[in-house]
Design a protein around this ligand. Sequence first.
Ligand SMILES: Cc1ncc(COP(=O)(O)O)c(C=O)c1O
Length: 372
Amino acid sequence: MNQKLITVTSPLLPELDEFQGLLKEIWDSKWVTNNGQFHKQLEQALCEYLKIPYISLFTNGTLPLLTALQALHINGEVITTPYSFVATTHAIWWNGCKPVFVDIEESTCGINPDKIEAAITPRTTAIMPVHCYGIPCDLERIQAIADKYNLRVIYDAAHAFGVEVNGESVLNQGDLATLSFHATKVFNTLEGGALVMHDAETKKRIDYLKNFGFAGETEVVAPGINSKMDEVRAAYGLLNLKQVDEAIEKRHQVAMRYREALRDVKGIRFFDDMPGVRHNYSYFPIFVDAEQYGMTRDELYFKMKEQGVLGRRYFYPLISTFSTYRGLPSAAPENLPVATRIANEVICLPMHHGLDEDDIGRVIEIVGSSSC
Ligand SMILES: Cc1ncc(COP(=O)(O)O)c(C=O)c1O
């Protein structure tokens, strides 16, 4: 079989010529990191594009999670979702806090607000929800619970670049929100990430924290880390920002083709657009009901693979099943029935700006023809 391999994602790359032009500027200036001109420009451009007041750029999407917990002095227990990339829970653990897993709701794959209150103890200090696949969590109910119990909310918004609810960025919700600009994301800087905050004071503190805690040449005000974004990646990001809307629109077209073709396939479920939400189509998860579909999720996954179509079982296995976390009382599968089922049903289909009609047709052909 000599068919082209269809990958689950593909990085959005700037025009090489344009990038070379900016590299030349960096070479000429010899200013390659530490809040250079492209770093400043990208922060400003992202604030405008994302409709957010303040942002701080990072070297990946994991360090903003770690830094957010540090910045807010979070300790004790942090309520979170097991249905995410493992970095979400690792960040809690690395801060010496105890992750407490709460089940998700099927309608968003985000943390289920109905289950949060029962997980709160006198040691709970924060909630760390995830806008899984860029689908907004139940923002209002999460904030209401946080207000009632005086908890901080840090959104892992790694998937939610450009996502808005009723014209407002989801990144403005909670105390802080984090982004990932990894190569697999809608907007990428190769590796990269950011923290979004509401005020200048918090930005100043986070800018210190990502630069070893330095507040000037000779003063260190906090036990910081080194997680600054360099000029090369900031320049790359500036170029990608110019084409991200077009890339999101291409993803939207792919999502519409998948939905149209797979809507009547028995045993396959997927998300539709939500009213009032600007989606970014970062992923196209489908959920396989093996009994109705006539094939298990894994059978379909390997069948796709055999035919050169790479899906991704994202998020499987659940974070709560990994050896570091499975001993926690909240990690028990009986505590997480929805997440446990969804993790066994999900495959993310190929989704990126570069898929052409043939690629989409091949994916649809395989997924659409597997039912009995
Ligand atoms: C939900 C979530 N959080 C955090 C991260 C970590 O981001 P990064 O890979 O940029 O460190 C990812 C990365 O895939 C993610 O999907």
